[in-house]
Design a protein around this ligand. Structure first.
Ligand code: ATP
Ligand code: MG
Length: 414
């Protein structure tokens, strides 16, 4: 037997129903916020991601040479692609340009629960300028999407990279020197961060102050000890989100997102029930387009880990209603088979999901099948009934059977 590659999954019909259900729900949340969907290729020039994240990313992605000797990779995320698309073709769109996407991403990671080599992201990017209202709009969209799914136990943690960067800058550390420190802080690897800060010439006291700052969490009031733009900015974002009706937000200055292009507000969402791989969304405001040869434009975006969100919903016992075929049409004998085809076709044309016996089973076996397959109604096409243009409809949940004129069948089933 040939097995699927490590870290990939096959999805059963039931799983696909669940996935499509939530995908549609997330799409409609985006549409109701005035975001429009875009799609970009699944493979890109590897350079796109090394430009964005540095050469180290190669170790984490599926990168290869194609037959034309080009360096190609499977995308590990979509923000880079969307911004590349913007720089290539979308700069003339009115701004803010609000876009969303959904699709598979690929990373060469060690597979475990909630961590795959092929996984799906549902994300959004708003391109325009950095304002608290833009950031609130994007956080609000992420919050609305999660709210709509019915997920209950999650935390939206909002930070501001400017506070940390500012503190490091005051201590004489910035740019390329600051980045590895921020990356260690992002991963909560404090000892390594301390070592790097001391190596960069910072005093033990100021290194400890930086680490203490990343541990500041709580309601917006925890920022009262900090002065400056970043604080007023976050206060405004929280205020706007309050008007939108979102209250389940907290400040967490430990949200770092260790990539150079994050500029200000950063946020993460986690679902504690997921254990180790609990982060279901990451986002923030950033400036990336100039790295890809465009003008400098500020954007705010996020990516929801679609698979982890579904795992979290499952853990909470939230399950969408299963799809059931409305009508299973069974001719009582060969004599009524033609009529059964006609009825099946009519139902399908009218948008009523309908199946017909394809296995030449007898009545008894057909009923057994209908039961096992979870069909809602069996339509019995009998000889006598056809003469009066009627059929018997058996409701499989109640066992109740009634005679229905074919004319009224669609209305009855709908
Ligand atoms: P992590 O720290 O868990 O590796 P990340 O910082 O790499 O996450 P992002 O690049 O911000 O994650 O991606 C956004 C979201 O995509 C994550 O919050 C997570 O839910 C999901 N995600 C990332 N990598 C994977 C993966 N290998 N399998 C499943 N979901 C993933
Ligand atoms: Mg990762």
């Amino acid at each position: 037997m040939i097995q699927r590659p490590r870290g990939t999954r096959d999805f059963t019909p039931e799983e696909m129903e669940t996935r499509r259900y939530y995908e549609a729900m997330m799409r409609s949340a985006c549409v109701s916020h005035g975001f429009r969907e875009v799609q970009t290729p699944i493979f890109e020039h590897t350079e796109l991601f090394t430009t964005k994240s540095g050469p180290g990313i190669i170790e984490e992605i599926y990168a290869f040479k194609d037959k034309g000797d080009r360096d190609i990779c499977l995308r590990p995320e979509l923000t880079a692609s969307v911004i590349r698309f913007f720089v290539n073709d979308l700069t003339n769109y009115p701004r803010p340009l609000k876009m969303f996407y959904y699709g598979p991403c690929f990373r060469y990671e060690r597979p475990q629960a909630g961590r795959y080599r092929e996984f799906y992201q549902f994300g959004a990017e708003a391109i325009g300028s950095p304002t608290p209202e833009m950031d609130a709009e994007v956080i609000g969209l992420a919050a609305s999407i999660l709210e709509r799914t019915g997920l209950k136990d999650y935390r939206i943690r909002v930070g501001h990279i400017g506070l940390l960067k500012g503190m490091l800058r005051t201590a004489g550390v910035e740019g390329d020197q600051a980045l590895p420190i921020l990356q260690k802080l992002d991963k909560k690897m404090y000892d390594e961060a301390r070592t790097l800060m001391e190596a960069a010439g910072m005093s033990i006291e100021s290194a400890e102050r930086v680490i203490a700052m990343t541990k500041v969490t709580g309601p917006i009031e925890v920022l009262k000890d900090f002065e400056g733009e970043a604080r007023t900015y976050l206060e405004e974002v929280f205020e706007i989100l309050g008007h939108y009706g979102f209250r389940n937000l907290e400040v967490d200055l430990g949200v770092v997102r260790g990539l150079a292009y994050y500029t200000g507000m950063v946020f993460e969402v986690d679902a504690p029930k997921l254990g180790a791989e609990k982060q279901i969304c990451g986002g923030g405001s950033y400036s990336l387009s100039e790295l890809f040869g465009g003008e400098k434009v500020f954007s705010t975006g996020f990516a929801i880990g679609f698979d982890r969100t579904l795992l979290a919903l499952e853990k909470e016992g939230v399950a969408p209603k299963r799809f059931r075929v409305k009508a299973y049409v069974v001719p009582v004998n060969e004599g009524t088979r033609k009529k059964a085809y006609e009825i099946t076709a009519m139902l399908r044309r009218e948008g009523v999901s309908a199946d017909m016996d394809l296995m030449r089973r007898n009545m008894g076996k057909n009923f057994k099948y209908a039961d096992a397959a979870g069909v809602e109604n069996v339509i019995i096409v009998g000889e006598k009934e056809i003469e009066t243009n009627s059929v018997n409809v058996r409701d499989m949940s109640t066992g109740e059977q009634i005679l229905v004129p074919i004319e009224g069948l669609v209305a009855r089933l709908k």
